[in-house]
Design a protein around this ligand. Structure first.
Ligand SMILES: Cc1ncc(COP(=O)(O)O)c(C=O)c1O
Length: 420
């Protein structure tokens, strides 16, 4: 089942509301989310991993619109964050500090201090240097910091190189080989300013095969069990995110097999569990709406030039990612191949290449599907283009989450020095 389906007249709808109506009132380019779909997918994930026990922290990096976070918070989600900015978003949207996990390889002293002051639930440390910094900053505050150690178990996740984090060759985690991670965990346990919270892994994103998860989780379990064997406190294992989604058809992700795997591996382990899903909760619950500006003839294909661009959705050019593109109105017969391109002055500025699409004309609206994750969050104002706004349909009501800024607001952020 998809969150975006066609009604009897052939119009594409978000949770039942025609997208043509939404774009008519809110303009383009525009991100439209199905709040109903996000809520359903979050609940299905929580239900699937429920039997194994544990806390779900939505990875804000996938979609950090306050309205989306607030919806997930209402449904029981905590947050996985990677910056002080994301912490501010999580707190503003109503996620209690104690339900926030701070991930990432480069937390600054200011960010660590702010997290401790807020009463953060868990900091996932990624290096000896970071553990030392956290200890120092906690000591200055006369407190104990809750720290989990992100380990690197050297498992290749079989996904795009730029979103693979599980191998030793990447910057992520502390290697479990040659006692590196074990020694650091022992030091954490002996440090009066650190309360060891357990271990974490995250091997990558858009992982469609369960085998890398199984290998990484098995390695994590045996490492955690060995540390416990030494008498160390290892309360929790944080299993990260990474579950892949169907970018072809936009079908909702089935979490059953993942839930069964986690139950099989951890049900009787005595460890509390943590999860950090991002993409799988939001990707297929968002579309980017864009209008055709011109249709230009090229050699053997058309260039459909639209008003959304790589500054709105970077994934096609950054990851060679596929997003299905379809007209929002009733779909006519295929006319032939087309490149769907934006106005940005880069050859890499495309949303889709060689797509078999019907006849299109200026003003027609297209939906770039599966754009709810790593879409709006990666937007920039490259070419001085204010990025797309964001709206959400929830329980039959359309909510504006973020209006599109205009160029006056962008210019107001800058100053011209008195030169000459
Ligand atoms: C530490 C961490 N946790 C969770 C996630 C979320 O991953 P995904 O969106 O693939 O579920 C990421 C993203 O790569 C991450 O770096």
């Amino acid at each position: 089942m998809s969150s975006f389906t066609r009604n009897a007249k052939g119009h594409l709808c978000a949770a039942g509301m025609p997208l043509s109506r939404i774009v008519a009132s809110h303009g383009s380019p525009l991100y439209v989310y199905s709040g109903d779909g996000i809520r359903d997918d979050y609940r299905r994930f929580a239900d699937a991993v429920g039997p194994a026990g544990g806390a779900v922290h939505f990875a804000l990096k996938a979609n950090s619109a306050l309205g989306v976070i607030a919806l997930l918070a209402q449904n029981g989600a905590g947050a996985d964050i990677v910056s002080g900015g994301e912490m501010a978003r999580a707190l503003t949207a109503g996620i209690p500090a104690g339900r926030i996990v701070f991930s990432g390889v480069g937390k600054s002293a200011d960010e660590i201090g702010a997290a401790l002051d807020a009463g953060i639930g868990q900091i996932n440390a990624e290096s000896p240097q970071e553990v030392e910094a956290i200890s120092r900053i906690a000591a200055a505050r006369g407190m104990q910091a809750p720290v989990a150690l992100r380990v690197n178990v050297d498992v290749a996740p079989k996904t795009h190189a730029k979103i693979s984090t599980g191998q030793r060759s990447t910057k992520f985690g502390v290697s479990t080989a040659q006692n590196e991670a074990a020694d650091l965990y022992r030091r954490m346990a002996a440090d009066p300013h650190i309360r060891p919270a357990g271990l974490a892994v995250h091997i990558g994103s858009q992982i469609l095969d369960l085998d890398p998860f199984e290998r990484a989780y098995t390695a994590l379990l045996s490492f955690g069990t060995a540390l416990r064997g030494e008498g160390l406190e290892v309360p929790m294992l944080d299993l990260g995110g990474g579950i892949g989604v169907d970018y072809q058809d936009g079908t909702a992700t089935d979490f059953t097999a993942y839930g069964k795997l986690v139950s099989r591996l951890f049900a009787d382990s005595g460890f509390k569990l943590g999860f950090e899903p991002g993409r799988s909760i939001v990707a297929n619950n968002g579309v980017l709406l864009t209008r055709v500006i011109y249709v230009k003839d090229g050699d053997n294909k058309r260039f459909v030039i639209v008003d959304a661009a790589m500054n709105d959705l970077l994934r096609p050019t950054l990851y060679e990612a596929h997003h299905t593109i379809q007209p929002v109105g009733p779909v006519g017969p295929v006319e032939g191949p087309a490149d769907i391109v934006g106005p940005v002055c880069e050859t890499g500025d495309y949303l889709g290449l060689d797509r078999m699409l019907p006849a299109l004309a200026a003003g027609d609206c297209l939906a770039v599907m599966s754009a709810g994750a790593y879409g709006a969050v990666m937007a920039s104002s490259y070419n001085s283009r204010p990025p797309a706004g964001e709206v959400m349909v929830l329980d039959g009501t359309l909510h504006t989450l973020r209006r599109r800024r205009d160029i006056t607001e962008l210019l107001a952020e800058e100053t011209i020095p008195a030169i000459g």
